[in-house]
Design a protein around this ligand. Structure first.
Ligand code: CP
Ligand code: NVA
Length: 308
């Protein structure tokens, strides 16, 4: 069995295999109604726990539907309703859950909750987002890029805005897959230097450019995310908005990228804040495909975790 904890902790060959399987499984469904079981039922008789300590629309629904399409069953749990929220250790929770379920997906705050869960669980654990990373999202995004434009290797990917958890997983992907990565945002919200350093060590060209107009020149892909993440203090909202406003992705910024550049956003988006509706709903945007591919990418991730 395998845990899926982070992109930089997963072999590049496994990442490629997961992406290939994700697209194959998507094609095989051929637009069938969503409750139609897949021809293959690799999760038959499997029970999957989906634990949420933060809100979620996409992750919750796509994991739930994905497990069912593959013949398994799910149990959606809110962290606050579990003993987890009342002092039972993560290690003990992991040991107990492993006696009931065949796989655990968890969305949590501190990364240590995820890593401790994985250390003590005897079943695969999947990272459904922490304060530090969001690998399932970036697998869906990589699948989306590939489906629209072919291999991402050697392309120029630009992140505009907050150097947050989603940005971190993009940096991890750059290190594993080999594409150029430019961050443009205020110095206070730079991505973690540990991740920048790791990507550079792997030979990736990581650029930090404060001027967004310069940063996006020649970009193949522009990405942004919310200015206030779920783990950020609401009291920092105004300060973050003021710092991030120059990094809004709008038509003027998109025009500086390559003519066939794509725009991505993990969603939920705040229209007219980090991105304008003109860009979200415009010809460069592939945001709905990204959201759909959460389903397909995660199904392939779950199969990889279970060797199923
Ligand atoms: N992109 C994403 O993870 O969305 P949710 O927070 O709705 O799950
Ligand atoms: N950066 C966002 C992503 C949400 C999917 C957050 O952590 O809230």
């Amino acid at each position: 069995m395998n845990h899926f904890l982070d992109i930089h902790k997963t072999d590049p060959s496994d990442l490629e295999a997961i992406l290939t399987q994700a697209s194959a499984m998507k094609a095989a469904r051929n637009g069938a109604p969503k409750a139609t079981p897949d021809a293959e039922q690799p999760l038959k008789n499997h029970m999957v726990a989906l634990i949420f300590e933060k809100p979620s629309t996409r992750t919750r629904v796509s994991f739930d539907v994905g497990v069912r399409q593959m013949g398994g069953e799910t149990m959606v749990l809110s962290g606050a309703d579990m003993q987890l929220g009342h002092g039972e250790t993560i290690a003990d929770t992991a040991r107990v859950l492993s006696r009931y379920v065949d796989m655990i997906m968890i969305r949590t705050f501190d990364e240590s909750v995820l890593t401790e869960m994985a250390e003590y669980a005897s079943v695969p654990v999947i990272n459904g987002l922490t304060d530090r990373s969001h690998p399932c999202q970036i697998m869906a995004d990589l699948q989306t890029y590939r489906e629209h434009r072919g291999p991402i290797q050697g392309r120029k990917v630009v992140w505009s805005g907050d150097g947050n958890n989603v940005c971190a997983s993009w940096l991890h992907a750059a290190a594993q897959m080999g594409f150029d990565f430019t961050f443009t945002g205020p110095v206070q919200l730079d991505p973690e230097m540990e991740f920048v350093g790791h990507a550079r060590q792997k030979g990736v060209d990581v650029t930090i450019e404060r001027d967004p107009m310069k940063a996006v020149e020649g970009a193949d892909l522009i990405i942004t995310d919310t200015w206030v993440s779920m783990h950020d203090a609401q009291s920092a909202r105004e300060r973050r908005h003021n710092m991030l406003r120059p990094y809004q992705v709008n038509a003027k910024l998109m025009e500086r990228a390559k003519p066939d550049a794509l725009f991505m956003h993990c969603l939920p988006a705040h229209r007219e804040e980090e991105v304008t509706s003109e860009v979200m709903d415009g010809p460069h945007s592939v945001i709905w495909d990204e959201a759909e591919n959460r389903l397909h990418a995660q199904k392939a991730i779950m199969r990889w975790c279970l060797n199923a």
